[in-house]
Design a protein around this ligand. Structure first.
Ligand SMILES: NC(=O)c1ccc[n+]([C@@H]2O[C@H](COP(=O)([O-])OP(=O)(O)OC[C@H]3O[C@@H](n4cnc5c(N)ncnc54)[C@H](OP(=O)(O)O)[C@@H]3O)[C@@H](O)[C@H]2O)c1
Length: 261
């Protein structure tokens, strides 16, 4: 693998896709800043990557459901004199259930983590990338962003925002040295389902890709400056389904799938 000396900030690096993305950037000798809430998991990963790759790995503990966290992360890194070349906006979660029945406060946290924190971190780190005319942003959306999502309404809508926002920035930055890629995984083997269904169990399980494979493809597409990264043939089909099926059919299929127990 080509060696690249950059500093990469990864949100949600304590598990799943974020942890695997951190490993991909570490393998090309990028220095890392890992952030999430789970200190033990971040310290374990940092120790492993320092030993295996001989890179610098810093940790910032932050809860992105708190509106002040993006500013705190930015200030903390400024204070350490750390310049971020690549921002990976990966932290996110969803909740299964009917909108009116799920706790509103938790649903507002989805908006805060998946949307508001992603926009604010981008707004804080992008201007310096533009000034230096180099760097990039990898936003983790979802195939859910291409579909209406009954029984997971806020999550799907949050990922639609990520896709629209990322695509617009990609176009704004065309011709500059800064790139924006939107990684849109489908069902992936991580802690995501457990978090989304913490309030009830589910017997239905979809075919899932591994987090390592999703991260490998996302990282590859980011490096080739793609605007979208859609890992897996099934997910590519899902992303174009709205072009071929009536919207009413799609929302019924997705609603039925999401409400299966
Ligand atoms: N798994 C899937 O099927 C799937 C499909 C499409 C898209 N995605 C997207 O992939 C991304 C990563 O999710 P994953 O599947 O890897 O799930 P995961 O294993 O649950 O990882 C989620 C990551 O986000 C972090 N996070 C969650 N809430 C946070 C908060 N309040 N503050 C800071 N960090 C927070 C978690 O860290 P802490 O808990 O340590 O804070 C964790 O590192 C998400 O954006 C998700 O929407 C997942």
């Amino acid at each position: 693998m080509k060696e690249i000396t950059e500093t990469v900030l990864v949100t949600g690096a304590s598990s799943g896709i974020g942890l695997e993305l951190a490993k991909c950037f570490a393998a090309e000798k990028s220095n890392l800043i890992l952030t999430a809430r789970n200190r033990d998991a971040l310290e374990k990963l940092a120790t492993q990557l320092r030993a295996e790759q001989g890179i610098s790995v810093e940790i910032v503990i932050a809860d992105l459901a708190q509106p002040e966290s993006p500013q705190n992360i930015f200030r903390e890194l400024q204070g350490r004199g750390t310049v971020v070349d690549v921002l990976v906006n990966n932290a996110g979660f969803g909740l299964h259930g009917e909108f009116a029945e799920l706790p509103l406060r938790r649903q507002m946290e989805i908006v805060q983590v998946n949307v508001a924190a992603l926009v604010e971190l981008t707004g804080l780190f992008l201007p310096e990338m533009r000034r230096r005319n180099r760097g990039g942003i990898l936003n983790v959306g979802s195939v859910a962003g291409f579909l209406p999502g009954p029984h997971m309404a806020v999550y799907y809508a949050s990922k639609a925002f990520v896709t629209s926002f990322s695509e617009a920035l990609h176009e704004e930055l065309r011709g500059t040295g800064v790139t924006v890629t939107n990684l849109c995984p489908g069902p992936t083997e991580t802690n995501f389902s457990q978090t989304a269904r913490s309030h009830r169990s589910r017997k239905v399980s979809a075919e899932k890709m591994s987090a390592a494979e999703v991260a490998r493809i996302g990282h590859y597409d980011f490096r080739r400056k793609a605007h979208f990264s859609l890992p897996g043939a099934g997910n590519k089909i899902l992303s174009i389904a709205p072009k071929f099926l009536p919207r009413a059919v799609i929302r019924r299929i997705v609603g039925r799938y999401n409400s299966l127990k």
